[in-house]
Each structure stands twice: as C-alpha cells, then as structure tokens.
Ligand binder design. Sequence first.
Ligand code: RIB
Ligand code: CA
Length: 314
Amino acid sequence: MTQPPRKIIIDTDPGQDDAIAILLAFASPEIDVLGLTAVAGNVPLALTQKNARIICELAGRSDVPVYAGCDRPLERKLVTAEHVHGKTGLDGPAMPDPVMPLAEGHGVDFIIETLRREAAHTVTLCPLGPLTNIAEAFRRAPDVAGRVQQIVLMGGAYFEVGNITPAAEFNIYVDPEAADIVFRSGVPIVVMPLDVTHKVLTTRARVEAFRALGTEVGRVCAEWSDFFERFDMEKYGSEGAPLHDPTVIAYLLAPGLFRGRHINVEIEVQSDLTRGMTVADWWGVTDRPANALFIGDVDAEGFFALLTERLGRL
Ligand code: RIB
Ligand code: CA
C-alpha cells in the first residue's frame, strides 16, 4: 500500500538553488505541493514572487498557486544577496516572463488557511529563505503552529559558521526574530545548515549530468548552477558551490541520505556582532531542551543521483 503524497508548502526566495529545490518537488510523485509562498530574501519580494512563477511554468505546473508573502523582515531592514544570485535572483539563462497570475491574497494568510483547512499534522512547511512568512503566520494565528506536521528548512550553521557574516547563515541572518519564533514554536523541525549543504557541491561532473539530461529543465539547471557557483567557488576555492535548498526536498524523499543529531538550537537576536547565529548545542554541553534535528552529513553522490534522476522526469 503506497503512502498518499506528502502535502507541503514551499516558502521561498528564488534564488537558483530554491529553483532547483522546487523543480525536485514537482518531479516527485511522493510530494503534493499545495502552494508556493514567496518571501523577500535573495532578492526583493517583487522578484521572488515573479521567479516562483517562472519556475512553476518551467515545470509545467502553472496549476500550483504562488502567493506573495512578506516584503521585509519582521523588525529589521531587508538584506538581499544579488552578489550571489544576480540582480534578477535567477541570473544565468534568459527566462521568459511568467504568464500565470500571482494568486490572490497574502502568502501568510494562505499558510494559515491551509493549516486550518487540512487535517492537523498532515502539512509540512519547507522554508528555503528567511523565516518571515512562517513566523508571521504563527504570530497572526497562534493556533496553527500546533497543526504543522513538520518544518524542514534550509538555514543556520554550526561547524561551517557563517556565510553572510562570520557568525551567521543568510536565511537566519536576514530575519533572526522570525527564526527565533520558529525555533521556539514547538513544531518538529529538521534543519539543513551549511554544515550539510557545503557537502553537496555542484562539481563539473554533476552540472554536466544536468546538461546531459538533454531537456529544457536540464539545460536551465546547468546554466543556473554555472552562474550561481561562481561566487562560492571564488570565496571558498571549492570545486563547485553548495546546492543548499534542494537538500530540504531530498530529505523528504530520502531521509536515509542524511545524518544529524536531535539537539537544542537557539538564535542570537541581541548582538550586532553575532546576529542570526544558530547556537547549536551539538556536543550537549547545556541542559537546554532539544528542539531540532540538526543535519551534519549527507551521502552527496546519492543526493545528486536522486536529484538528477528526478529532474530528468520533467
Ligand atoms: O545561505 C544559503 C541560503 O540563502 C539559501 O537558501 C539561498 O537560496 C539563500 O536563500
Ligand atoms: Ca533560498
């Protein structure tokens, strides 16, 4: 008896790596994407909501609603990452403007209404950007946090420390207050931090495997990777860039590819120097209660084999 598809909402700030994560979800029959909610992050909201629709149309999924969510963090000024993703957020291949309309209504209301409508503990939230929309949903409707099946998010770092500052990973840094709300919410959380995403690098062979699919999706994913990786390769001197966000969807499909620890993770919101740091008690040196499965390792070859095979289905 096969399981019914897992219902998810993807909250996203596309971003080439977000785009590949969303395509992986669309390519996988085990997953039912109820909708995409765009958030300000890599680029401003006007672009992330447009990019989310571009990705849906590339996958032939203009049936999936795309909502615009919050256009800035809960309390802070927006920080963006055009230096990594380019001014459109999806630099690399030229992409046609979307034809599908933006869904009516605010992304936060979509999250709230969906969680209230669907049976409790049957919807998983997959945030791939700053946690503003998720936190705002929990603030506006405190009843819905208890209805979430699981949150599987990309964000944070412990051994890898920061990528936007020496101490903090971008998604958490942009909206640390939102991250604090989410990590204190009591919802079961799985965290894909830089510690694991830095182990899934877009090496030449892996990018060529996208291109060798011989499909439009394969070509676009290769060209997104070609663009996206230049910044990290320059910075880290690595052979390829970390393909951050697809690890979230891969975890839903094949959790056995990943290994981590159930630990306490708290967010620095006071200090300017370490704002947005995920203080992960990996070594259990405090008695703070565990609130997250913090992933530290991955079978990288298995991850790329799964990703490439699935992308080949689109
Ligand atoms: O730090 C990496 C994260 O920030 C990824 O989600 C990337 O898309 C950006 O949002
Ligand atoms: Ca992202």
